[in-house]
Design a protein around this ligand. Structure first.
Ligand SMILES: Nc1ncnc2c1ncn2[C@@H]1O[C@H](COP(=O)(O)OP(=O)(O)O)[C@@H](O)[C@H]1O
Ligand SMILES: N[C@@H](CCOP(=O)(O)O)C(=O)O
Length: 301
């Protein structure tokens, strides 16, 4: 059966995600009930992207837009024909914020490809994971964006991305502290400051803390402080995330399990903050989100 664009339109909702969560660099992730929504219509003319919210006037509005590039990659992967596309994006996830906006855009485009074709099962979750990880370079945001919940994702020696769900208490409170927009930092820049090798003691430290975090998420909140310690990436990024690291340090001193979300600058706290702490952050221009954990991942709507 040849693959066709059999639907006149498709729409998708994709969650924001965090990655790393302290010790799980490039592997741990979690999805939030905080979403971008994207819709598409194949057209005979050129591709036009319209944007509401985050990225207006900044992200490309033609075929070079990441959502469109992912959509086209999805169609190519299953042998579907290409077309021009009218794409409408309602963006809420900050760009360069450490909340997985680029993974979201790639997954959104791939899900839209699934939504347009006559045989959607060809573009299954695993193929979307592989293709979106190709755009990202690491699977940690892509995995929860596709599957929801908390995930551990890794890359096999043959280059294939793999994912397994991590048991998580879905009532665990989560706070995302988003600093003022002038602090946005691309993941590419944040990866440049990381060293190529780390001391063995630090690798051992993170191995134990990652295991502890798994236990903590599954229902041992008493282990959250130990389970969110990291020596592989956060400290190396201090020079490019000075305000976020200062906030993270201060919160940890007060007993909050705070980490840098993804490559920052958003700070993730696996707890509710006191009203006073929230007000202090807000007075300094920070946005405090309390979205809850998403358990569905990306869905066609
Ligand atoms: N909804 C979107 N539409 C188009 N491009 C996007 C979208 N979201 C992210 N991007 C692209 O990804 C970049 C941000 O990705 P990245 O640096 O990985 O930060 P993060 O994923 O932490 O927000 C943006 O500058 C933009 O180029
Ligand atoms: N493991 C990556 C995660 C990047 O997440 P993002 O949301 O900042 O894109 C890293 O730490 O570089």
């Amino acid at each position: 059966m040849s693959v066709r664009l059999s639907h006149e339109s498709a729409a998708v909702r994709v969650p924001a995600t965090t990655a790393n969560m302290g010790p799980g660099f490039d592997s741990f992730g979690m999805a939030f009930r905080y979403y971008d929504e994207v819709s598409v219509r194949p057209v005979t003319g050129p591709t036009v992207v319209t944007v509401e919210g985050v990225g207006v006037g900044v992200v490309p509005t033609d075929d070079s837009n990441l959502v469109v590039r992912a959509l086209r990659a999805g169609l190519d992967a299953v042998g579907a024909p290409q077309a021009g596309f009218e794409v409408h994006c309602v963006n809420r996830i900050p760009h360069g914020g450490g909340m997985g906006s680029s993974a979201c855009a790639a997954v959104a485009g791939l899900m839209l490809a699934r939504g347009l074709i006559n045989d959607p099962e060809l573009l299954d979750d695993d193929l979307i994971l592989q293709l979106a990880t190709g755009f990202e370079g690491h699977p940690d945001n892509v995995a929860p964006a596709v599957y929801g919940g908390a995930t551990v994702a890794w890359t096999e020696e043959d280059g294939r991305a793999r994912v397994a769900p991590m048991p998580v208490d879905a009532t665990l409170p989560v706070s995302l502290l988003v600093p003022p927009s002038r602090t946005r930092l691309s993941t590419e820049e944040a990866r440049k400051v990381l060293p190529d090798s780390v001391p063995r003691a630090d690798a051992l430290f993170n191995t134990s803390r990652a295991a502890v975090l798994m236990l903590a998420l599954a229902g041992r909140p008493d282990l959250l402080m130990a389970g969110t310690q990291d020596r592989l990436h956060q400290e190396y990024r201090r020079s490019v995330l000075p305000d976020s690291m200062a906030v993270m340090d201060s919160l940890r001193e007060q007993g909050y399990p705070a980490v840098i979300s993804g490559a920052g600058p958003t700070v993730l706290v696996l707890a509710d903050l006191s009203q006073e702490t929230r007000f202090t952050l807000q007075r300094h221009g920070w946005t405090v989100l309390r979205p809850g954990i998403d358990l569905e991942g990306a869905v066609l709507v």
